[in-house]
Every structure is written in C-alpha cells, then in structure tokens.
Design a protein around this ligand. Sequence first.
Ligand code: GLP
Length: 267
Amino acid sequence: MGRWTNPTGASPEVGKEQALTTIDARSPVPKYFQLREILLDLIENELTVDAPVPSERELAARYGLSRMTARQAVEHLVSEGRLYRVQGKGTFVARPKIDMPLRLTSFTEDMRARGLTPGSRDLGRHEIEATVALGRELSVEAGSPVYVIERLRTADGVPMALERSHIPAHLAPDLLTESLVERSLYDLLASYGLVLDRGEQVIEAGIADSNDAGLLGLAPGSAVLLLQRHCWAGSVAVEYAVSTYRADRYQLRASLDIASAAPGGTK
Ligand code: GLP
C-alpha cells in the first residue's frame, strides 16, 4: 500500500512513515515549488483519483514549512487541475486531463478510442437563415438555410463539452429529424455522402458563462477552451462548429519540431 494511501478515506496521517523526499532549504528552487513536486509525485504514483491529500497544516508540519508555503503549493496544483477542493471536506486528487485530439476526429470516435462511453444530450436543433458572417464561415449566401445542432457531450455520463454545429441545410435535408442521442453526427453526415476529409480548428482560452457552466457542471467563471472548427468534404464546407470544452478535463499536447531557418534569415 502506498505511503499516503488511506482506505478509510480519512485524512492521511503525516509523519508516521518515511516521506517521499524532503525540502532542501539551500536549493534555489522555491520551497513551495519543491513541495509541489513532492505532491505531484504522490498524485502520479501513490494516490488514486478522488483520494484526499494531506491538509496544509499537515504538510507544513511534515516538511517544516509555513502554512502559507504549503497553501501556495496546494493552490498551484488546484489551479493546474491536479487537485480539487471540496468546501469543508478537504483537497482531493483530480482526474487526469485528457489530450485534446488535434486530428479530424469525431467526439464519439475519440471517446471510444479512450475506452470511454460517448453520450449526447440534445440541447436544441433548429433551422436559421445564415447571416453574412455565418454564410462566410460555411461558404453559402447570406439568407441560406442552415441547421444548428446544440449538444452536451458526455464521457461515461460526465459532461465534457458543449457543441454547436452549423451545417448548410441543403447538404443533409433530414438532419434535424434524425436522432443523435446514440449516433455520431459525422457518421450521419457520411450517410449523406459527406465524408469529412479536411478540417481547421482554432482553440482559445475562455471563461464559462453561467449557462454553459451549469450545463458543464462547472462553477460560473471557470476556465474553458473555446473551439471553432471548420470541416470540409472535398471542396464542400460541411460544418462550422463552436464548442466549449472543460479546461479541467482537457489539455493540449503538441509535438515540437526544430524550427528550420526562415528563408532569407540570418544563419
Ligand atoms: C468533435 C467536434 C465537433 C463535431 C463532433 C462530431 O467533437 N469538435 O465539431 O461536431 O466532433 O462528433 P460526433 O460525430 O460524435 O457527433
């Protein structure tokens, strides 16, 4: 059993067993950061999701730190999404974030690939007339009919994202009457011969408003990732989607290539 593992769920006792590591007072690394590393090691190697972490008082006593330093380390990990607090109960290990796919994949496909069960709650579907701006996004004339499909996407029943897809109505005339509760939108589009083969996505940081926060199970003002996606099937613009993803559940991972010298740049 791990050093801090406590099957009773009560706050683990500090000091009874040997600590993972100690704080080096002579190190140039700030003490709160050293404690953050110790806690990260615990989170990754010893504790399970939703397990309690020692209180700030216990951490301060164990590592010979001030309460303020212990709090700083814990707060850092809370803001990184590695820990979460429950008012009056303590601080617990958060579920690890998942990498946002940077490929043209559907939510259904992505969740299944991770061994999670995808789900959808229908938040509304309607037909609108494209404004000039929406028409530009979908390469249709202003005033053209466009379907809007709003869904809450879930993984194993847990809200992950809100997605608002806009699709030119003439491309998939019966789209609004088809059930999407258990079906993938991209599969449905494929049944109309619209096999998506190119996409572009912009991802920005954002703050959830009270409506979106409520649907996503977040406190209003929580951080989210705002996505805008354009997808094409050949030369046909099929989907313009505006989505809000939980920033406490998703992270971005990118591989970095060595920058090649810009043409005409200095050597
Ligand atoms: C992703 C995209 C959405 C797209 C959805 C389709 O989540 N961000 O723009 O609408 O996939 O998912 P599915 O085919 O599972 O309905």
